[in-house]
Design a protein around this ligand. Structure first.
Ligand code: CP3
Length: 358
């Protein structure tokens, strides 16, 4: 199976865009930039659109999800939309009792602690993904030549919420489970891989031009645990979409020691958080992989001169890689002044790809 002839990546709309060109290691017409969590609380129009509607409920209203996805693209002139949804949406669509509690994050009614709990997990039916397909179709019809990025949570990060039942700092629950009950762990990781894989496939088939796997909490794992207990499940999630030929990105935080292992699950691009300069990330990856990142979100609230110097350093370090898509090292903090993000985009676009940023 491949994407249909009328898909934006196939019909000439997005294949030559700066984002897709850089993801494929080519020479883009301008430096592409987008921001993780560009849709969200930093935007007054987002807060207004979400008034009185729960987070997950708003993800499942196709017109609202499309509108929220488009808001930052209209405002900032970024080079991609990121589909407004959440990594726990496939759980909700499968019938798992999960909600996003404001100020807390994902919370499950019944945490998954044993092999028996894993076996009781419901199957995600393909038709349950229809609201996702509809929202993506509405979004890409408006985006024109700007590509939409689809995404899903990697099995470890999803399992971190499923085992703990709520956000945690050290993710002790899933890290214990992979050693104490490896069979239950493997079954849980496989369930999460298949749910995320189906969610990502629905977005790509409906019109997204690239896919990003978020393993936000993989940095709590040592390399040996990542390779032994996690990598194959992440590869399994991506096995659902490889035949489509869309560029795939893999991102996590605190993953400086895991970058090569995260590439090995089979992706085209590695996302780097703000801790590791991109020239060092490129060195660790042997100079063969396009990178995405890694403006420190903390500096969005620093004086402009300080921020500008940092952005220029990120561009200079990124230029060593065979492709660079500019992003933050993690999501936009909710208190960010959106005018600063627009200004950062303007700065990045004002420096031609061949020009030195320093
Ligand atoms: O612009 C975008 O990036 C929009 C799409 C998006 C959301 N969540 C919307 C959202 C994406 C790509 C995600 C992924 C996601 N969700 C991740 C991986 C990325 C990352 O940030 O590391 C994770 C770990 C989650 C789980 C999750 N969902 C958390 C930790 C939270 C924050 C809880 C809080 O209140 O701070 C959410 C909620 C969430 N997902 C919001 C948004 C815009 C905030 C909801 C609100 O407006 O209150």
């Amino acid at each position: 199976m491949t994407l249909s002839a009328s898909h934006p990546l196939m019909d000439g709309r997005t294949a030559g865009s700066p984002l897709i060109t850089a993801y494929r290691g080519g020479a883009p017409s301008r430096r592409p930039v987008w921001f993780m969590r560009q849709a969200g609380r930093s935007l007054p129009e987002y807060r207004k659109a979400r008034e009185g509607i729960g987070m997950l409920e708003s993800c499942l209203k196709p017109e609202l999800a499309a509108e929220i996805t488009l808001q930052p693209v209209r405002r900032h002139d970024v080079d991609a939309g990121i589909f407004f949804s959440d990594i726990v949406i496939p759980l909700r669509l499968a019938g798992v009792d999960v909600d996003i509690v404001p100020g807390v994050g994902p919370v499950l009614g019944s945490p998954v602690r044993s092999a028996g709990d894993v076996r009781k997990l419901p199957r995600l039916e393909d038709s349950a993904l229809d609201p996702i397909r509809e929202a993506v179709a509405l979004t890409v019809a408006e985006l024109g030549s700007t590509p939409l990025i689809g995404f899903a949570g990697a099995p470890f990060t999803l399992a971190a919420y499923m085992v703990e039942g709520r956000p945690s700092r050290d993710h002790l629950g899933p890290r214990t489970m992979m050693h104490a009950d490896p069979e239950a762990w493997q079954e849980l990781a496989a369930w999460a891989a298949d749910a995320s894989g189906a969610f990502l496939r629905a977005q790509l088939e409906a019109g997204a031009s690239a896919g990003q796997l978020f393993d936000s909490w993989a940095g709590s794992l040592g390399l040996a645990d990542y390779e032994r207990h996690v990598a194959s499940a992440s590869a399994r999630a991506l096995d659902h979409v490889r035949d489509l030929g869309a560029p795939l990105v893999h991102f996590g935080t605190g993953t400086s020691e895991l970058l090569a292992a995260m590439r090995s699950v089979g992706v085209d691009v590695v996302g780097v958080d703000y801790r590791l300069p991109l020239d060092e990330a490129n060195r660790r990856l042997g100079g063969t992989t396009p990178l995405q990142g890694n403006i420190d979100p903390a500096l969005l609230n620093a004086p402009w001169q300080v921020l500008e110097e940092h952005v220029r350093e990120v561009l200079a370090a990124g230029a060593s890689a065979p492709g660079h898509v500019v992003n933050l090292g993690h999501g936009v903090p909710p208190e960010t002044d959106p005018a600063v993000l627009t200004r950062v985009v303007g700065l990045i676009h004002s420096i031609a790809p061949g020009e030195s940023p320093l």
